[in-house]
Design a protein around this ligand. Structure first.
Ligand code: FMN
Length: 195
Protein backbone atom coordinates (compact mmCIF):
# COMPACT_ATOMS: atom_id res chain seq x y z
CA UNK A 1 0.00 0.00 0.00
CA UNK A 2 1.29 3.45 -0.90
CA UNK A 3 2.28 5.68 2.02
CA UNK A 4 1.60 9.39 1.76
CA UNK A 5 2.28 12.17 4.28
CA UNK A 6 -0.03 15.21 4.20
CA UNK A 7 0.93 18.28 6.22
CA UNK A 8 -1.19 21.32 6.98
CA UNK A 9 0.20 24.62 8.32
CA UNK A 10 -1.22 27.98 9.33
CA UNK A 11 -1.44 29.62 5.90
CA UNK A 12 -4.81 30.57 4.50
CA UNK A 13 -6.46 28.05 2.17
CA UNK A 14 -7.09 25.10 4.49
CA UNK A 15 -10.02 24.14 2.23
CA UNK A 16 -7.41 22.90 -0.28
CA UNK A 17 -6.19 20.44 2.36
CA UNK A 18 -9.75 19.20 2.93
CA UNK A 19 -10.30 18.75 -0.83
CA UNK A 20 -7.10 16.70 -1.20
CA UNK A 21 -7.88 14.59 1.89
CA UNK A 22 -11.42 13.92 0.68
CA UNK A 23 -9.99 12.29 -2.47
CA UNK A 24 -7.14 10.44 -0.72
CA UNK A 25 -9.54 9.00 1.90
CA UNK A 26 -11.41 7.16 -0.85
CA UNK A 27 -8.36 5.16 -1.96
CA UNK A 28 -6.44 2.26 -0.44
CA UNK A 29 -3.58 4.27 1.02
CA UNK A 30 -1.73 4.71 4.29
CA UNK A 31 -1.92 8.42 5.05
CA UNK A 32 -0.07 10.22 7.82
CA UNK A 33 -1.57 13.64 8.57
CA UNK A 34 0.64 16.16 10.36
CA UNK A 35 -0.76 19.53 11.40
CA UNK A 36 1.14 22.43 12.91
CA UNK A 37 -0.59 24.03 15.89
CA UNK A 38 -1.40 27.09 13.78
CA UNK A 39 -2.54 24.83 10.93
CA UNK A 40 -5.24 23.32 13.17
CA UNK A 41 -6.33 26.77 14.33
CA UNK A 42 -6.58 28.27 10.83
CA UNK A 43 -8.41 25.13 9.59
CA UNK A 44 -11.07 25.56 12.27
CA UNK A 45 -11.22 29.35 11.79
CA UNK A 46 -11.66 29.12 8.01
CA UNK A 47 -13.82 26.02 7.66
CA UNK A 48 -15.22 25.14 11.11
CA UNK A 49 -13.58 21.70 10.82
CA UNK A 50 -11.91 20.09 13.86
CA UNK A 51 -9.14 17.83 12.63
CA UNK A 52 -9.67 14.94 15.10
CA UNK A 53 -13.39 14.74 14.30
CA UNK A 54 -12.81 14.97 10.55
CA UNK A 55 -10.12 12.26 10.69
CA UNK A 56 -12.63 9.89 12.32
CA UNK A 57 -15.04 10.54 9.43
CA UNK A 58 -12.33 10.04 6.77
CA UNK A 59 -11.35 6.77 8.45
CA UNK A 60 -14.80 5.38 7.61
CA UNK A 61 -13.67 5.43 3.95
CA UNK A 62 -11.01 3.19 2.34
CA UNK A 63 -7.77 4.80 3.46
CA UNK A 64 -5.99 4.14 6.73
CA UNK A 65 -5.45 7.64 8.15
CA UNK A 66 -3.10 8.26 11.08
CA UNK A 67 -3.30 11.67 12.72
CA UNK A 68 0.25 12.33 13.94
CA UNK A 69 1.33 14.48 16.88
CA UNK A 70 3.53 17.27 15.48
CA UNK A 71 5.64 17.20 18.65
CA UNK A 72 6.33 13.44 18.37
CA UNK A 73 9.71 13.07 16.74
CA UNK A 74 9.60 9.36 17.62
CA UNK A 75 6.96 8.78 14.92
CA UNK A 76 7.98 6.35 12.13
CA UNK A 77 7.67 9.15 9.55
CA UNK A 78 10.52 10.99 11.29
CA UNK A 79 12.90 8.40 9.85
CA UNK A 80 14.07 7.71 6.32
CA UNK A 81 14.01 3.98 7.05
CA UNK A 82 10.18 4.16 7.14
CA UNK A 83 9.58 4.41 3.44
CA UNK A 84 6.96 6.96 2.48
CA UNK A 85 6.26 7.45 -1.21
CA UNK A 86 5.46 11.15 -1.19
CA UNK A 87 4.58 14.13 0.99
CA UNK A 88 2.56 17.28 0.39
CA UNK A 89 2.23 20.31 2.66
CA UNK A 90 -0.88 22.32 1.95
CA UNK A 91 -1.33 25.09 2.51
CA UNK A 92 2.31 25.81 3.37
CA UNK A 93 3.06 28.97 5.34
CA UNK A 94 6.12 31.09 4.60
CA UNK A 95 7.35 30.23 8.09
CA UNK A 96 7.30 26.49 7.29
CA UNK A 97 8.82 27.14 3.83
CA UNK A 98 11.73 28.91 5.57
CA UNK A 99 12.17 26.18 8.19
CA UNK A 100 12.25 23.42 5.57
CA UNK A 101 14.62 25.42 3.32
CA UNK A 102 16.98 25.97 6.26
CA UNK A 103 16.84 22.37 7.50
CA UNK A 104 15.24 23.29 10.84
CA UNK A 105 13.50 20.13 11.97
CA UNK A 106 12.14 20.72 15.46
CA UNK A 107 8.65 19.47 14.61
CA UNK A 108 7.48 16.22 13.00
CA UNK A 109 6.17 18.11 9.96
CA UNK A 110 9.49 19.80 9.16
CA UNK A 111 11.48 16.67 10.05
CA UNK A 112 9.33 14.53 7.71
CA UNK A 113 9.86 17.11 4.91
CA UNK A 114 13.61 17.10 5.59
CA UNK A 115 13.62 13.29 5.35
CA UNK A 116 11.85 13.43 1.97
CA UNK A 117 14.53 15.80 0.68
CA UNK A 118 17.47 13.77 2.01
CA UNK A 119 16.03 10.51 0.69
CA UNK A 120 15.27 12.21 -2.67
CA UNK A 121 11.58 11.35 -2.45
CA UNK A 122 8.68 13.41 -3.74
CA UNK A 123 7.91 16.55 -1.71
CA UNK A 124 5.23 19.01 -2.83
CA UNK A 125 4.75 22.35 -1.10
CA UNK A 126 1.67 24.48 -1.72
CA UNK A 127 2.69 27.97 -0.55
CA UNK A 128 0.08 30.68 0.00
CA UNK A 129 1.07 34.27 0.50
CA UNK A 130 0.68 37.44 -1.49
CA UNK A 131 2.64 39.46 -2.38
CA UNK A 132 5.74 37.31 -2.13
CA UNK A 133 8.87 38.99 -0.75
CA UNK A 134 12.36 38.38 -2.13
CA UNK A 135 13.00 36.37 1.04
CA UNK A 136 10.04 34.07 0.30
CA UNK A 137 11.11 33.72 -3.34
CA UNK A 138 14.71 32.93 -2.38
CA UNK A 139 13.67 30.17 0.02
CA UNK A 140 11.34 28.65 -2.57
CA UNK A 141 14.06 28.82 -5.24
CA UNK A 142 16.44 26.96 -2.92
CA UNK A 143 13.82 24.26 -2.35
CA UNK A 144 13.05 23.99 -6.05
CA UNK A 145 16.77 23.52 -6.74
CA UNK A 146 16.73 20.61 -4.28
CA UNK A 147 13.99 18.93 -6.33
CA UNK A 148 11.03 20.04 -4.22
CA UNK A 149 7.88 20.79 -6.23
CA UNK A 150 6.62 24.30 -5.51
CA UNK A 151 2.95 24.18 -6.46
CA UNK A 152 1.39 27.49 -5.42
CA UNK A 153 -2.30 27.75 -4.60
CA UNK A 154 -3.01 29.42 -7.96
CA UNK A 155 -6.18 28.01 -9.52
CA UNK A 156 -6.59 28.31 -13.28
CA UNK A 157 -9.82 29.68 -14.72
CA UNK A 158 -9.66 28.34 -18.27
CA UNK A 159 -11.98 25.49 -17.26
CA UNK A 160 -14.68 28.10 -16.50
CA UNK A 161 -15.27 27.02 -12.87
CA UNK A 162 -18.78 27.74 -11.61
CA UNK A 163 -18.38 26.74 -7.97
CA UNK A 164 -15.87 27.07 -5.13
CA UNK A 165 -15.49 23.29 -5.19
CA UNK A 166 -14.32 23.46 -8.82
CA UNK A 167 -11.78 26.16 -7.94
CA UNK A 168 -10.47 24.09 -5.01
CA UNK A 169 -10.51 20.99 -7.24
CA UNK A 170 -8.09 22.60 -9.69
CA UNK A 171 -5.32 23.01 -7.10
CA UNK A 172 -6.19 19.74 -5.31
CA UNK A 173 -6.03 17.85 -8.62
CA UNK A 174 -2.63 19.32 -9.46
CA UNK A 175 -1.32 18.29 -6.03
CA UNK A 176 -2.70 14.74 -6.46
CA UNK A 177 -1.24 14.50 -9.98
CA UNK A 178 2.11 15.46 -8.50
CA UNK A 179 1.76 12.75 -5.83
CA UNK A 180 0.85 10.31 -8.65
CA UNK A 181 -2.62 9.67 -7.22
CA UNK A 182 -5.49 9.03 -9.63
CA UNK A 183 -8.12 11.76 -9.45
CA UNK A 184 -10.89 13.52 -11.32
CA UNK A 185 -10.69 16.70 -9.25
CA UNK A 186 -10.45 19.04 -12.21
CA UNK A 187 -11.21 19.29 -15.89
CA UNK A 188 -8.01 18.65 -17.82
CA UNK A 189 -7.09 20.86 -20.73
CA UNK A 190 -7.78 19.06 -24.00
CA UNK A 191 -6.75 21.84 -26.35
CA UNK A 192 -8.70 24.35 -28.32
CA UNK A 193 -8.24 24.52 -32.09
CA UNK A 194 -10.47 27.57 -32.45
CA UNK A 195 -8.58 30.83 -32.48
C1 FMN B 1 -6.15 33.62 9.59
C2 FMN B 1 -4.68 33.56 9.28
C3 FMN B 1 -4.27 33.44 7.99
C4 FMN B 1 -2.90 33.36 7.67
N1 FMN B 1 -2.54 33.23 6.38
C5 FMN B 1 -1.23 33.08 6.07
C6 FMN B 1 -0.86 32.84 4.73
O1 FMN B 1 -1.68 32.79 3.81
N2 FMN B 1 0.46 32.62 4.48
C7 FMN B 1 1.40 32.63 5.47
O2 FMN B 1 2.58 32.39 5.18
N3 FMN B 1 1.06 32.87 6.75
C8 FMN B 1 -0.23 33.10 7.08
N4 FMN B 1 -0.59 33.31 8.39
C9 FMN B 1 0.46 33.40 9.41
C10 FMN B 1 0.92 32.03 9.91
O3 FMN B 1 -0.16 31.36 10.53
C11 FMN B 1 2.10 32.20 10.89
O4 FMN B 1 3.24 32.66 10.20
C12 FMN B 1 2.43 30.94 11.65
O5 FMN B 1 3.57 31.19 12.47
C13 FMN B 1 2.69 29.78 10.75
O6 FMN B 1 3.06 28.67 11.56
P1 FMN B 1 3.18 27.22 10.97
O7 FMN B 1 3.97 27.30 9.73
O8 FMN B 1 3.89 26.46 12.06
O9 FMN B 1 1.80 26.71 10.78
C14 FMN B 1 -1.94 33.42 8.71
C15 FMN B 1 -2.37 33.56 10.03
C16 FMN B 1 -3.72 33.64 10.31
C17 FMN B 1 -4.17 33.80 11.74
Amino acid sequence: MKRIIVGITGASGSAYFLRVMETLAQQELEIHVIASEQGRKVLTYETGVILEEQTQLWNKSKADIILEDNENLFSPVASGSYRCDAMAVLPCSMSTVAEIACGITKTLLTRAADVMIKERRKLVLVPRETPLSTLHLRRMTELSELGVTILPAMPGFYGHPQTLDEILGFVAGKVLDSLEIENNCYQRWEGNHEK
